[in-house]
Design a binder for this molecule. Structure first.
Ligand code: KDG
Length: 332
């Protein structure tokens, strides 16, 4: 059975076929997206079996998602089809120089109906029997009360089976405000082992202003007080850093430099997949940051959330080509 269990809402994304405003877009490429599904595919490509729990629509988009996840080798036995709701949809401009406009069509979607019962069905089906890691994000609890209960249940079951639990904050301000999200996400952060977030997201959890003035390492240190053993700040082109409860701080000053970013969406999920894979393989947090940065960079260099997710040989090639550059430092 699976080493990793995750759950969430899987979306279909339509990305405009060429740069320019959405008003001028006449053709779109279809991709499968959804933060947790991106992490699931990333992990499977790196050789770690994953079970994905969720619901998809009984429409063609739901079927496309099911085929894609299954085709990638993600365990979909607990991905059910919701007859009464359409699959969620995200439409975005082709990535260009200015931030792409993104539209969501996901209210009352099939994926938002994932529930604690779905997690219990997965437990009964043995999905957690060999789980070493459970990964959740802050998107799912924003979708509905039932989806939030599903995340709570997955964390509780993860605890029962002694899996490592990670939370990627993934604050979605279209779904809820910082004021509503902060207490919920703080509560989740208190029950996980690994916390991932951008500097802004960590600031929200730390109760600090989001003005970019705070040192990300400081923000990560403050979030450790909530309970996780490791807090990881994802800093995009500036790389990443991690602080651990035992005082270890792992710094990686730079991400892998890219000639240009093709599409940043999904890079944060690829980062999480790389970090989780590396830790499952027994690497240190500093080593995991290096793998995570490499995975994030490869995804940012391809269009779509999942297309660029590296397999083992691509990852090794990328890491070889960048070795000799900034190696991760560990300081105490
Ligand atoms: O991290 C990428 C995700 O933002 C994207 O796949 C869509 O899950 C998604 C969401 O809810 O925003």
């Amino acid at each position: 059975m699976s080493e990793v269990v995750t759950l969430g809402e899987c979306l279909v994304t339509l990305v405009a076929g060429r740069p320019g405003p959405l008003a001028d877009a006449t053709s779109f490429d279809r991709f499968v997206a959804g933060a947790e599904a991106n992490v699931a595919v990333g992990l499977v490509r790196l050789g770690h079996p994953v079970t994905y729990i969720g619901r998809v629509g009984s429409d063609g988009f739901g079927e496309a998602i099911r085929r894609q996840l299954r085709g990638e080798g993600v365990e979909t036995a607990f991905l059910t089809t919701e007859p009464a709701a359409p699959n969620g949809l995200m439409i975005r401009e082709h990535p260009g120089l200015i931030p792409a406009q993104v539209l969501y069509y996901r209210r009352e979607s099939a994926g938002s109906r994932v529930s604690a019962d779905d997690v219990d069905a997965a437990v009964r089906g043995g999905a957690f029997a060999d789980a070493r890691w459970v990964h959740v994000t802050g998107i799912t609890p924003a979708l509905s009360a039932g989806a939030r209960a599903a995340v709570e249940r997955a964390i509780a079951v993860g605890r029962e089976v002694s899996a490592t639990i990670s939370l990627d904050v993934n604050l979605r301000r279209r779904l809820w405000s910082d004021e509503v999200a902060a207490p919920v996400l703080r509560d989740f952060a208190s029950r996980v082992d690994v916390l991932f977030g951008s500097a802004d997201e960590l600031a929200v959890l730390a109760g600090r202003p989001i003005d970019g003035d705070d040192d990300p390492a400081d923000l990560a240190r403050v979030t450790l007080d909530l309970g996780p053993a490791v807090a990881v700040a994802k800093l995009g082109a500036a790389g990443a850093l991690a602080v651990e409860r035992d005082g270890t701080e792992s710094l990686r000053g730079e991400a892998i430099p890219l000639a240009y970013v093709v599409d940043p969406v999904g890079a944060g999920d690829a980062f999480c997949a790389g970090f989780i894979a590396s830790r499952l393989e027994g690497d240190t947090v500093a080593e995991a940051l290096e793998v995570a940065n490499a995975c994030g960079a490869v995804v940012a260099s391809a269009l779509g959330d999942q297309g660029g997710l590296p397999d083992r040989s691509t990852l090794e090639a990328v890491r070889r080509s960048t070795r000799g550059g900034a190696a991760p430092d560990t300081v105490r």
